[in-house]
Ligand binder design. Sequence first.
Ligand SMILES: [Zn+2]
Ligand SMILES: [Zn+2]
Length: 121
Amino acid sequence: MTSRNPSFSPVEVGPSPDASQLRIRWRDGHTSDYPPRLLRVACPCAACVDEMTGQRILVPDSVPAGIHPLAIHYVGRYAIQFDWSDGHTTGIFPFDFLRRLCPCRVCGGEDGTEEIPLPSA
Ligand SMILES: [Zn+2]
Ligand SMILES: [Zn+2]
């Protein structure tokens, strides 16, 4: 947690143009669009992930399809925290974690592995 990639810091966090997704624009020019439910299911807090085993406690099926953040709070300069419509507020999402969650084709969903984007289906 000592060295943070400066490109994993957002210049803008907000809803996508159709308001259906959360959009983060990153300092390196990348844009990530997250379905809100993806973020809620990935919540890394102690109520959703067992701190000892790292196992996910949260059952994805228990997360409503229409879940969305009611509010977004910055936590220092390294993370954001969501107030979810299901009342869950304890998840803190570090920016480098969010970047690894980016669901776009370029990112392949994890670790920022650069790939040639596939033509859209
Ligand atoms: Zn949680
Ligand atoms: Zn991406």
